[in-house]
Structure formats: structure tokens, C-alpha cells
Design a protein around this ligand. Structure first.
Ligand SMILES: [Zn+2]
Length: 477
């Protein structure tokens, strides 16, 4: 009897020990699984040794990518052997922003691969899918792009190399972004050698909108104008008599078409895009302050955005710089280079009362059931121009469109504020890039900022400004 009780006790103790051990193993497994899901799987998906998994997972169908207005711009379907195939229905239209999978990954496809391969359907459905050998649907990515605006920019650029970028000033949402030459992401693997052939020198993979390094031409007069205002405590009193050229040491700066603009105030010098007046302004600026202004306006700085591999814009003048270089720099020639994105950010800040919103193109991750998994909130970089500077620039940029260099461009019913540019980029002064930067507002106060560059096209007023008008109208329609 006693012996019996003892053995029962021993058995109970053994059961207890086994139960505790099971519980510990179970907890350890939960921790391991949670770690795998939270951290491990991201490392796993991005591990370069798992190139197949980095594109397609066995248990999840890669999610789709959409424009803000619901057009599918990247999706996965199954081929006859039930292999996953990534498709881009609009071919080249979004190639530089969405990127590709198929020859490694690039663009949003690379940056959001983890999210596209993650499924937020219920756990029981996921388990059911894996037991029945079906893939769970991955989450979808909604971008900030507007389909019609993107299309207008893409078609408007036509056969020209160059870039268009359009941003919503109040939020930093990138509404359109086009770069040419381009490529078809559907066939990237097939034509890879051709696309990356350096002897052909067309760098189709390069996103010129964010990574181009262009001479800004007269669009840079926006920066020189702000430098002038900062040199003069915000006072825009100015008078200059233009007779069509200005000699600086042994170099002569000419006004466009060798036109004499006569006596001008700052507004007239800006809206006429008078090179002589701006060369005169340049050589009289305090160079330390000029550099400081350029740096406050994000030159020589990594741009505050996660759009991809952006190019730093370049500006530098020193006491060693010749007077002729300073004069050329003031009108956007010289050694200065900019990206279209940077110019778009500057006019976007003007449109937004001086406050710069950081540009972004990935808006939200949404589960296949429509639940928002994560969403990008607009981020302010801060105020880069004073109220007074913004007010004056608005007057000057409006004058460009009303009775300045862009007065022949039909912008429809929109109020447009802009600056044209015609940028020399070789010693042949007759070959020029065509620029337009600015913004438009409609009757409801909605705004869109834009930068357009058409390589080798000619006058900004003749090519880039009419393209900007098309993009504005597609957006506000
Ligand atoms: Zn002039």
C-alpha cells in the first residue's frame, strides 16, 4: 500500500518534469518562429545567396504594384508550367521607378520585395493554403503615381532623352517620374547584355530624373535670385540697363538671341531671363554667402528623400574662381550641375510657402483583403525659404508665364509659376538642353510642381514648357 503511493508520486513527478520540458521546448519554438517571421525572413529574403527566393517565394504569390488611382503596373501570373512570371502591363512606362525582377531586382521591386512576399491573410488561411499546396497572396504596394499624369509625361518626352518629375508640394508625393532612354522590364533578362552595353552609351538603366547631372541653365536664376535677396536683406530694389551683352574680363556673356532688354528691375531681369543682368548680379555677390545659400538649398548635399540613388547637385565658387566663371555660374552655366529632382524640390518648396516636403513614391502596403498594413506619412524637411522670398519668387515666376520667356505657352485655365532654361552643355552653343521648372494651381488650390529637361531639344520655352503644360493638364483634368 505504502509502496504503491510512493510509485504513484514518482510517476506524477515524472509527468510534471516531462510537461515542463514540453512547455519549454514549445516556448523556444514560438520564440524561434517569431524571430524567423519578424527578422529572419527579411534577412533570408534579402540574402543574395537566395536569388530565387529573393524574387518568388514557394508559399507566397508576389503581390502587385499599383498607381495611386488603382492601375496595376506590376503583377504576377502563372505560366503553363505553373511557374510565377512577373509582368509589367505598361511595359516601359514605369520602368525607372517600379524597376524589375528577372535580372536581380531594382527600384520599388527591390526595395519592397519583403513586403510583396509577405501575406497578411489570416493565419488559419495561410495554414490551410500550405496544407493544400496553394500559395498565399502577398501584400500589394500602392505607389503615389497618377496614371494619366505619368502617361502624359512619358508620351510628351517622346523620342527625346531626358526626364520629367512632378511632385505634390504639400505632401512630397511623386505623381510622375519619367526618364529616357528607357527599357522594357518584361524582357530585361533577354536584352540585358544589350541594355548594359557601354559602347552603346545610352545608360537606359539610369534614372535621369533623380541621378542625372545637368547644367541647370537659366533655371538656376531662381537660386541666384535668392542669393541676391539674402545679400540685400530681402530688399529686391535693383536696376540694370541691358544692351544685350556683358563683358567680364575677357569673356562676354550674351543675352538669348543677342536681344537688348533695356532697363530692368529684378522682376523684369528674371522674367526676361536676362543673362547680362544676372552676370552683373553674380559678380557682385558675396561668394561665401552665395555658397551658403546654395548649400541651404541642398547643393553639395544628399537630397532628403528615399527615392533611390540620387545624385548630389554640385555648386562651388571660391576666391580663386575667375570673374567670368562667377558670371557664368550666376546664369546656370559654369561647373554647376543639378538633378531634375532637385530643381523640382526647389519649386515644390516655393509652391508650399517655403516648406520642403521630402519626396516619396511608396504610399502604402495593403493586404489582398484591403487592410492597410503600413502607410507612409508625409515628412517635412523644414523651411528652406522665407515668406518674403517665396512671395517675390511667386511674382517673378508668374511674370515668366504672363509676359516673360514662357508667355507663348498655353497652360489652359491653370495659374502657372515657372522658369525656363536653355542650357549649353558642349562648346557648341547652338546645341542646348530645354528646361522648365515651376508649378501650377487649379481653381481649388491644388498644386503640382514639375521639372522637365529635354536633352539637346533647344529653347526651354519651345519644348520643355509646352510639355509641362501637357503634364499639368493631365493631372488637373
Ligand atoms: Zn538682357
Amino acid at each position: 500500500m505504502r509502496k504503491n503511493t510512493n510509485s504513484k508520486r514518482t510517476i506524477r513527478r515524472e509527468i510534471y518534469v516531462v510537461a515542463v520540458l514540453f512547455a519549454l521546448v514549445f516556448i523556444a519554438m514560438i520564440i524561434y518562429l517569431a524571430r524567423y517571421v519578424q527578422v529572419g525572413s527579411r534577412d533570408f529574403i534579402y540574402n543574395s545567396y537566395n536569388s530565387r527566393f529573393s524574387v518568388f517565394a514557394d508559399d507566397v504569390t508576389r503581390g502587385s504594384i499599383y498607381t495611386a488611382d488603382g492601375h496595376v503596373i506590376a503583377k504576377t501570373s502563372l505560366d503553363s508550367e505553373r511557374n510565377q512570371v512577373r509582368e509589367y502591363p505598361d511595359e516601359r512606362l514605369f520602368c525607372h521607378s517600379v524597376g524589375y525582377v528577372g535580372k536581380g531586382m531594382a527600384g520599388l521591386e527591390a526595395e519592397y520585395s519583403f513586403d510583396l512576399l509577405k501575406s497578411h491573410i489570416t493565419l488559419s488561411e495561410q495554414i490551410n493554403n500550405s496544407l493544400t499546396g496553394q500559395r498565399s497572396p502577398g501584400d500589394d504596394l500602392y505607389t503615389t503615381f497618377d496614371y494619366d499624369t505619368q502617361k502624359a509625361a512619358f508620351e510628351g518626352l517622346g523620342m527625346f532623352d531626358g526626364a520629367v518629375i512632378a511632385i505634390e508640394p504639400e505632401t512630397g508625393k511623386v505623381v510622375a517620374m519619367v526618364s529616357k532612354p528607357d527599357y522594357d522590364p518584361n524582357t530585361i533578362a533577354t536584352y540585358w547584355d544589350d541594355i548594359t552595353d557601354e559602347t552603346k552609351n545610352n545608360s537606359a538603366l539610369l534614372n535621369r530624373a533623380i541621378a542625372g547631372a545637368y547644367p541647370p541653365g537659366s533655371t538656376f536664376k531662381i537660386v541666384t535670385t535668392i542669393a541676391y535677396l539674402r545679400d540685400n536683406d530681402g530688399d529686391d530694389s535693383f536696376s540694370y540697363k541691358c544692351n544685350g551683352s556683358m563683358a567680364v574680363d575677357d569673356y562676354t556673356i550674351h543675352c538669348s538671341g543677342r536681344k537688348s532688354h533695356g532697363t530692368e528691375d529684378l522682376l523684369k531681369a528674371f522674367s526676361n531671363s536676362c543673362n547680362s543682368a544676372y552676370a552683373y548680379i553674380g559678380v557682385n555677390l558675396d561668394l561665401d554667402k552665395y555658397n551658403k545659400t546654395a548649400e541651404d538649398l541642398l547643393f553639395n548635399t544628399k537630397l532628403p528623400t528615399d527615392l533611390g540613388s540620387t545624385k548630389k547637385s554640385k555648386f562651388s565658387l571660391s576666391d580663386e574662381s575667375s570673374k567670368s566663371l562667377i558670371a557664368q555660374t550666376a546664369i546656370g552655366q559654369g561647373d554647376t550641375t543639378v538633378s531634375p529632382l532637385h530643381m523640382c524640390m526647389l519649386v515644390s518648396a516655393i509652391a508650399n510657402g517655403g516648406e520642403l516636403m521630402e519626396p516619396y513614391m511608396a504610399d502604402k502596403i495593403v493586404s489582398v483583403e484591403g487592410d492597410v498594413v503600413s502607410e507612409h506619412e508625409p515628412v517635412s524637411y523644414g523651411t528652406i525659404m522665407s515668406d518674403e522670398e517665396v512671395e517675390l519668387l511667386n511674382q517673378y515666376m508668374e511674370a515668366v508665364v504672363m509676359d516673360g520667356t514662357a508667355d507663348s505657352v498655353d497652360f489652359g485655365d491653370l495659374n502657372v509659376y515657372g522658369k525656363t532654361g536653355t542650357a549649353e552643355y558642349t562648346t557648341n552653343k547652338s546645341v542646348t538642353h530645354s528646361w522648365f521648372v515651376g508649378y501650377a494651381t487649379d481653381e481649388n488650390g491644388n498644386k503640382l510642381a514639375i521639372a522637365v529637361i529635354m536633352e539637346g531639344a533647344g529653347y526651354g520655352s519651345k519644348y520643355a514648357a509646352p510639355l509641362a503644360a501637357k503634364v499639368f493638364n493631365a493631372y488637373f483634368e
